[in-house]
Design a protein around this ligand. Structure first.
Ligand code: CA
Ligand code: CA
Length: 436
C-alpha cells in the first residue's frame, strides 16, 4: 500500500473512531488564557508568554479583568487553581462578563434547575433561599423545602422577585432563572431588572438545561462556588451517557429516524423545537423532530417552543407523540398518582384531528414527567427512555430505570426507589414495546 494512502486511512480511522465529545467549548472564565476547555497550568504559561510579548493576548487572558495582561493575572490564575481567589470573572449566558466576590457562602438561587445543580455539586449548604416556592417538594428536596422563597411565581421572573427579602438575606450572589438557551432574548430584560433593583448583588446566569452546553456551564459553576471536583464527577457521569447516545445515533440517516414531537402537556400543539431542551432529548435519542419542518436552526425560536399548526402536525404524520408533563403536582417525586398523566394521554388520543395520525392509530403516545426531561442532567434519563423505545436492539444494554435510580442515588442523594414510587411515565414502562 502506498504510504500516502495508508496515512489517509489512518486519519480517516482517527476521525471516525474519535469519541464524540459533548465537551467541545471554551471555558468562559477570565484566566483561561489559551481558550480551551480547562483552567490549568497551561494558562499560567500562556499568560507568561503574553506578558513577555511572545504571544498575542486572548480575550480571557486578563484573569483579574482590569484591562491589562501582566504578572497580576498569573497570580490570579494561580489563586483560582489554589482555591483562594477573592474575585472571579466569568461570561454569563448572555455573553456578558460578571464578577463575583469569593468565596460564595450565601446564595439565593432562583434557577429552576440551578437549585438541583447546586445539590448535585454537594453545595446545598450555600443556599439561603430559592425562587419558586418548593415547600411541597419534601420528597425530592427534603433538606431544601423549608428554605424561604423569594418569588411568588413558578417561573421565578425578575419582575416578581422580593428584592427587599433578597437584600435582607445578605446573599453573596444571586443565581437567576436565566438558565436556558431561549433566555437569549427575554433574559436580557430579566437581567436589567435584577441589576436595577439589586445593584450590589453579583449575578450568576448560566445555562443549566440544554444537553449540548451543560458540561461547560457545570464546570464554570464549579469554579464559581468552589466545587470544582464535584463538578468533574458529575461531568464524567453525564459525558459518558451523552457520548454513548450520540455515538450510536448521530449517523442514523434522517429518513430512517422515527418521526415524533414533544408537546407541553397542558398546552395542545405547544411544541419543542430541536434546539430546545426537550427537542435535544428527542434528537439525541435518534428521533426526527417533525417541528424541524417549521423551525430551522437559524430561526430565533429554534431553542424554544412554538405553537404548531394542527394541520402541519397531521400532514407530518408523526410515528410518536410525547407529552411533557409538568412536575408541579401532575407527576414526579411527590405523588404516585398517574391520573393527570392518564388524562393528558387520553386528551391526545381523543383529538378528532389526529385520528389518522400514525402515533394515535398505533397507540404510540407517551407521557413523561419533566423530572426525566429538563436540565441538571435529568434529560439523560429521558433520552434513555426514548432511545430504548426507538431502537430496542441498539440500546439493548441500556436500562433507563437504572439510570434514573443512579441519578437519584448519586446526585440527589435521597432515599427514593424510582421503580416503586413517583409518577414519571404513562403508560408505565413495563407496557412499553422496548424488548430487543
Ligand atoms: Ca485553559
Ligand atoms: Ca489583568
Amino acid at each position: 500500500m502506498e504510504p500516502n494512502r495508508l496515512i489517509w486511512i489512518l486519519i480517516y480511522a482517527l476521525v471516525i473512531l474519535s469519541p464524540t465529545n459533548a465537551a467541545d467549548f471554551v471555558l468562559e472564565i477570565y484566566g483561561n488564557a489559551n481558550m480551551d476547555e480547562h483552567l490549568d497550568q497551561a494558562d499560567l504559561d500562556y499568560i507568561r508568554d503574553i506578558a513577555a510579548g511572545k504571544t498575542e493576548p486572548t480575550k480571557l487572558a486578563d484573569a483579574n479583568y482590569d484591562g491589562d495582561v501582566d504578572e497580576e493575572d498569573i497570580e490570579q490564575v494561580q489563586a483560582i487553581l489554589d482555591g483562594r481567589e477573592t474575585r472571579i470573572t466569568y461570561i454569563d449566558i448572555l455573553g456578558e462578563a460578571e464578577t463575583l466576590n469569593k468565596p460564595i457562602k450565601r446564595l439565593v438561587n432562583m434557577g429552576y434547575n440551578g437549585v438541583e445543580m447546586t445539590r448535585i455539586l454537594g453545595a446545598e449548604d450555600l443556599l439561603v433561599a430559592y425562587g419558586a416556592d418548593r415547600s411541597a417538594h419534601k420528597t425530592y428536596l427534603p433538606e431544601l423545602s423549608d428554605l424561604p422563597s423569594v418569588s411568588p411565581d413558578e417561573g421565578a421572573q425578575a419582575e416578581n422577585a422580593d428584592f427587599e427579602r433578597i437584600i435582607m438575606l445578605k446573599t453573596d450572589a444571586l443565581q437567576t432563572n436565566i438558565e436556558r438557551g431561549s433566555s437569549s432574548t427575554a433574559g436580557r430584560a430579566q437581567k436589567d431588572i435584577f441589576k436595577k433593583n439589586l445593584p450590589d448583588v453579583p449575578l450568576i446566569s448560566l445555562n443549566m438545561r440544554e444537553l449540548d452546553v451543560l458540561v461547560k456551564n457545570v464546570r464554570t459553576y464549579g469554579y464559581l462556588i468552589d466545587h470544582e471536583k464535584e463538578a468533574e464527577q458529575f461531568i464524567k457521569w453525564y459525558t459518558e451517557y451523552y457520548n454513548l447516545f450520540e455515538s450510536r445515533t448521530k449517523d442514523i440517516p434522517e429518513e430512517e429516524r422515527p418521526t415524533a414531537f414533544f408537546e407541553y402537556a397542558s398546552e395542545p400543539y405547544n411544541c419543542y423545537a430541536s434546539g430546545s431542551n426537550l427537542g435535544q432529548v428527542l434528537v439525541l435519542a435518534g428521533g426526527k423532530n417533525i417541528i424541524d419542518g417549521a423551525v430551522g436552526p437559524d430561526d430565533p425560536q429554534y431553542k424554544g417552543m412554538i405553537a404548531a399548526d394542527p394541520e402541519f402536525i397531521v400532514k407530518e404524520n408523526p410515528k410518536y407523540i410525547f407529552e411533557a408533563v409538568a412536575s408541579w403536582g401532575d407527576g414526579g417525586y411527590e405523588t404516585d398518582d398517574l391520573s393527570k398523566m392518564t388524562a393528558s394521554r387520553d386528551q391526545v388520543l381523543n383529538r378528532s384531528e389526529l385520528v389518522n395520525v400514525d402515533a394515535v392509530k398505533e397507540n404510540q403516545v407517551y407521557c413523561l414527567d419533566y423530572f426525566l426531561l429538563i436540565g441538571a442532567g435529568n434529560n439523560i434519563i429521558g433520552t434513555a427512555y426514548l432511545a430504548k423505545l426507538f431502537y430496542p436492539d441498539l440500546f439493548e444494554d441500556i436500562d433507563p430505570v437504572a439510570i434514573h435510580q443512579e441519578y437519584v442515588d448519586r446526585f440527589c442523594r435521597i432515599d427514593f426507589n424510582v421503580e416503586e414510587k413517583g409518577a414519571f411515565l404513562y403508560p408505565p414502562y413495563d407496557r412499553w414495546p422496548v424488548e430487543a
